[in-house]
Design a protein around this ligand. Structure first.
Ligand SMILES: *Cc1c(COP(=O)(O)O)cnc(C)c1O
Length: 463
């Protein structure tokens, strides 16, 4: 399988190169040149596989001969071993719905599914090439800890993760700073999340430094993350349909950067029987507004109780645009230029109608989110985290089989749960005792020069 850019400026490249490139060199996002189509017999067969067997089957056509089957199988098995549930992503019935629990990984959020795999994949490809990778990122909480747990202890990789000092939740901070592996470097800057992002941008723009120190990113735009997420849509369909191809399923997806729901969209394009893909957002509703009006316009981020969905620009949405424009990379590029220059772009009425039909969108406010947590708990004794509750509420009144993606464990968002039901959730083993563990973190001013010196001092001298 070869990969191309949504903006048309990259000669087709192989899977390994696409993974190491991350963001396309023309500023676009990488996509497979063609999506594999899967025949009826294969879907039926896939419905009976274990998560690990299914991951191997789903990923193989996207990877081709870039990784030998035995190696890919071993990568998948290792990535699943850090999950605390034997099914990896189990589907449980709640009320008349099904909940796809994606939070059994080491940091209790769905990002682990992709980042455990990506960490092992990076390590494998670097071993083969003899290269090294120094990951630099800024986090407001969730992605940082999942990325750290994805690469901890890996040879050939160091990770430098910046968070705003005292401004992430205590749980999130401890999930990052209690990882003591020598290749993990937590940096707390005396400033805001935006300051952290600005420092990362400054250092990435210093091309001499970036190249000398082999700096890379692990954000949600790496194709391998999408690939790993396709697997659980197929898995969930298999569990609730028993392999009956006439049994189309609705998925409700709490959405921020559009990576999770885009994986579902790819699964549907491959032929998975999906009736609806519900795009659920909180008050930060840029995507919901786009579906209603055809205008994509950034605004101010409003903080909510589902902070992992508090975004202004959905970084993976560009991949969907490529399909909406039927592969017209020139139009994708023009829209992204408009967005960069004027903070908005617009699609045609026909395209808006297509998008609204393909991805029906629902914005859910704070009161409804809290009410959903409360009612699901009192009626069904099942605790939703605030992100999952947004998706659950968005599915209200929808007919047929509905699978709600549960993107975080409720204990990660204890304050919101307390607000909804009057007490905090029980702590799962991964969080209990976190407060007592030793931790390591470098605190420094929000200054690119300070972070740069810290990186230089932490790495072996350049030869
Ligand atoms: C990242 C995240 C989301 C949003 O997923 P996207 O792929 O960015 O749309 C939803 N819920 C939780 C808990 C998350 O961490």
């Amino acid at each position: 399988m070869r990969y191309i850019s949504t903006r048309g400026g990259v000669q087709p490249i192989g899977f390994a190169e696409a993974v190491m490139m991350g963001l396309a060199t023309d500023g676009g996002l990488l996509l497979p040149e063609h999506l594999p189509t899967i025949d009826a017999k294969t879907w039926q067969h896939w419905a009976g596989l274990s998560f690990q067997e299914l991951a191997l089957a789903v990923m193989t056509p996207f990877i081709g001969d870039a990784i030998p089957t035995a190696d890919l199988k071993s990568l998948i098995d290792r990535s699943c071993r850090t999950f605390s549930h034997p099914e990896i992503t189990p589907v449980v019935p709640v009320d008349t719905r099904h909940v796809l629990e994606l939070f059994h990984g080491p940091t209790l959020a769905f990002k682990d599914v992709a980042l455990q795999f990506l960490g092992n994949l990076f390590a494998y490809l670097l071993d083969r090439s003899g290269g090294r990778l120094n990951i630099l990122g800024a986090t407001s909480g969730d992605t940082g800890s999942a990325a750290i747990h994805g690469v901890r202890g890996k040879e050939r990789i160091h990770i430098f993760m910046i968070h705003p000092h005292g401004r992430v939740s205590p749980t999130q901070e401890r999930q990052m700073t209690t990882v003591l592996d020598a290749n993990v470097h937590n940096i707390a800057v005396q400033g805001t999340f935006d300051d952290g992002q600005h420092i990362v941008k400054t250092l990435f723009n210093d091309l001499e430094f970036k190249n000398a120190y082999q700096l890379g990113a692990v954000n949600s735009i790496n194709w391998a993350r999408i690939l790993a997420q396709i697997v659980y849509y197929v898995y969930a369909w298999g569990r609730v349909s028993g392999g009956n191809l006439n049994h189309a399923v609705t998925f409700s997806v709490p959405t921020g950067n559009f990576g999770d729901i885009f994986a579902g969209y790819v699964a549907r394009r491959m032929g998975l029987p999906i009736k609806r893909l519900l795009l659920a957002t909180n008050r930060n509703d840029i995507l919901t507004r786009f579906m209603a009006t055809g205008v994509y316009q950034t605004g101010r981020v409003a903080p909510t109780i589902s902070p992992s969905m508090d975004i202004q620009v959905s970084s993976n949405f560009e991949r969907y645009l490529y399909y909406l424009f039927q592969g017209d990379a020139e139009r994708v590029r023009a829209c992204m230029e408009d967005l960069a220059h004027s903070g908005r772009f617009q699609v045609t009425a026909a395209e808006q109608a297509t998008a609204a039909a393909e991805l029906p969108a629902v914005a859910v406010d704070e009161a409804a989110t809290l009410e959903q947590i409360r009612s699901t708990y009192t009626r069904h004794n099942y605790l939703l985290d605030p992100h999952t509750a947004v998706g659950f509420r968005a599915a209200q009144g929808k007919s047929g089989t509905v699978v709600c993606l549960a993107t975080a464990h409720p204990a990660k968002f204890a304050a919101a749960v307390q607000q909804a039901i009057g007490h905090e959730p029980d702590l799962p083993p991964a969080l209990a005792g976190l407060a007592e563990l030793p931790s390591r973190c470098a605190v420094m001013p929000a200054d690119a020069g300070a972070v740069r010196r810290f990186i230089e001092e932490s790495l072996p001298p350049l030869s």
